[in-house]
Write a protein that binds this ligand. Structure first.
Ligand SMILES: Nc1ncnc2c1ncn2[C@@H]1O[C@H](COP(=O)(O)OP(=O)(O)OP(=O)(O)O)[C@@H](O)[C@H]1O
Length: 295
């Protein structure tokens, strides 16, 4: 019998998963799994729970929560040699990663995908000793994702980010960076850089239009120094995927990217604070097998 370990964040989103847990366990048992669950207790706990699940030789790990929880679970699995298959149940405020792998938002629909059993090996990113699945970035602008209080996010969802973004806009300054990508060197002042593994980022579905999750490459976006008016114009273009040809934007693909900074620059990994740059990013090709809908 296959064994599945659910790792869920009882506080994420509108706390909906907790209520559904008994039914989720029942359905997994009915589908032939021996299933058990771990409720995370706070920061870092989902990663630890994932490591324990590998040690206990679970065949499947199911991460239920927002992007933060899935990111932690990946961090717990990434360095292990015998990685279990990973199912994702989007139950957070931001579920960019689930959207990227076409797992729809309802808990039971997501569970259907896991029970159906179709999997695909996907790339993940590593920077210094941390892992990310969807996106890494730096620059003042990316910092707004963790300056939004989580209570506000629970209440307002995506809107909370936009409100915070508008509030922060006047204080966003460019930063001098040197970015080396697969042998090419960029030097200059930037508003932000993003390394994306998927094309679904913070509600911008067309931010990295060429991104594929199993091509061994990141999509690299560098937004050079702009004023506020230019920035607002570019953001509206980005919603339609029209930013990639702009002269203020570098858009390319790379397997390895090094980012050097002189002043302090925070690293954002999947929407959470990931320490300070500099960093060396590597795309780990088809590193984890995910349950995805059959195309
Ligand atoms: N029991 C808990 N109490 C408080 N925080 C927790 C608990 N378990 C996990 N967390 C933290 O919540 C973070 C965010 O969770 P997650 O991404 O699953 O949900 P979310 O609803 O999208 O949350 P957020 O909107 O805050 O990103 C996790 O990275 C983790 O540090």
């Amino acid at each position: 019998m296959k064994r599945a370990r659910i790792i869920y964040n009882p506080t994420s989103g509108r706390e909906g998963f907790k209520k559904e847990l008994p039914e989720v366990l029942r359905r997994l048992e009915e589908a032939g799994f021996e299933a058990s669950a771990h409720a995370t207790t706070g920061e870092g706990d989902a990663a630890k729970a994932a490591e324990v699940a590998v040690e206990r030789q679970f065949d499947v790990v199911i991460a239920a929560g927002g992007d933060g929880t899935i990111n932690e679970v990946i961090n717990g699995l990434a360095e292990k040699p015998n990685r279990p298959k990973l199912g994702v149940i989007p139950a957070g405020t931001t579920n960019d990663f689930a959207r990227a792998i076409r797992v729809s938002k309802g808990i039971h629909k997501a569970l259907d995908v896991i029970i159906a059993g179709h999997t695909r090996a996907l790339d993940i990113g590593r920077v210094n000793n941390q892992y990310f699945i969807n996106i890494a970035g730096g620059g003042k602008l990316t910092e707004l994702t963790y300056e939004v209080p989580s209570k506000l996010k629970t209440m307002l969802g995506q809107l909370a980010y936009y409100l915070k973004g508008i509030e922060m806009l006047p204080s966003i300054r460019p930063t001098y960076v040197e970015i080396e990508y697969d042998g090419t060197l960029f030097k200059g002042d930037i508003m932000l850089f993003l390394l994306s593994n998927s094309n679904s980022v913070g509600g911008f579905e067309k931010l990295a239009p060429a991104a594929r999750m199993d091509d061994g490459l990141f999509d690299l976006i560098i937004l050079k120094k702009t004023n506020i008016a230019e920035f607002v114009r570019l953001a509206s273009h980005a919603l339609r995927g029209q930013h990639i040809h702009d002269k203020q934007v570098i858009y390319t693909q790379a397997n390895q990217v090094k980012v050097y900074t002189e002043e302090k620059m925070q690293l954002n990994l999947d929407g959470e604070y990931g320490g300070l740059l500099p960093g060396e990013f590597v795309n780990l090709h088809k590193h984890i097998e995910f349950f995805v809908p059959e195309e």
